[in-house]
Design a protein around this ligand. Sequence first.
Ligand code: ATP
Ligand code: ZN
Length: 289
Amino acid sequence: MLGAIEAGGTKFVCAVGDEHGNIHERAVFPTTTPEETMAHVIDFFRPHRIEAIGIGSFGPIDLRPDSPTYGYITSTPKQAWANFDFVGAMKRHFPVPIGFDTDVNAAALGEQRWGAARGLDSCLYMTVGTGIGVGAIVEGRLLHGLLHPEMGHILVRRHPDDTFAGVCPYHGDCLEGMASGPAIERRWGKKGAELADRHEVWELEAFYLAQAITNYILVLSPKKVITGGGVMKQTHVLPLVRRHVQKWLGGYIRHEAILEKIDEYIVPPALGDNAGVAGALALAAVANE
Ligand SMILES: Nc1ncnc2c1ncn2[C@@H]1O[C@H](COP(=O)(O)OP(=O)(O)OP(=O)(O)O)[C@@H](O)[C@H]1O
Ligand SMILES: [Zn+2]
């Protein structure tokens, strides 16, 4: 039996399941303080004989194996969680192998093992929600680096008619600042879910998301691009994003995935809302190998 935690800034999803991605039991807890939230998590896993645990976490997190703060959530604006020793807190109660990665890398791994990128050695998983995050598998491996990529904060070219300052506390008008759920709400004065019939909202949203995906395609050449998160529940956005990506690429990348079959190239998660927690299960399976 494997344990999985998808740790989000709003909620924690916990599951027990197996190395084939089957989820046997699942629970959701709101993200409050580490003390309270972790007490729920530990109570959830306690009755099970867990062999390994996978954690896909919001960040920034420390993934450097030789770092004294490996396994920590580091400089998050969520004050209560800054410098929280996540892996350590789990290890104290469950002395088993623990896989730890970003929430979006976990989702990319879940989709590669059991979802839309099955059989591929490369994919991207992008979530557009309260924040924008992107996980990547490149040449068969989850992408890390100096710390870990932060592809939600890339710089984007501003739409000529757009005067919105952006909501990112660090950069103002980076991608997340212009196109996250809170950016939509601040810009238009209503939550995204209440703006479904406003074409101009989603056209502008697609303008920014497609720029970002275009840049990811140019830099990483992913074999599949998977887009999830609350904002993508507006299912009419994805077709707009595809058209804008084709436009931005300008016919330069001459591959049928982009020129003819883009509907199969930029896709929603096959695992739906379970991509993250299934991915955490995959991290547990890898840690247990
Ligand atoms: N149906 C919808 N249409 C448009 N926007 C939506 C919709 N549902 C949620 N959102 C927006 O998405 C954001 C929430 O994102 P999401 O549901 O992906 O949670 P999340 O931010 O990933 O949670 P966590 O931080 O816990 O991971 C909010 O800004 C919300 O307004
Ligand atoms: Zn930013």
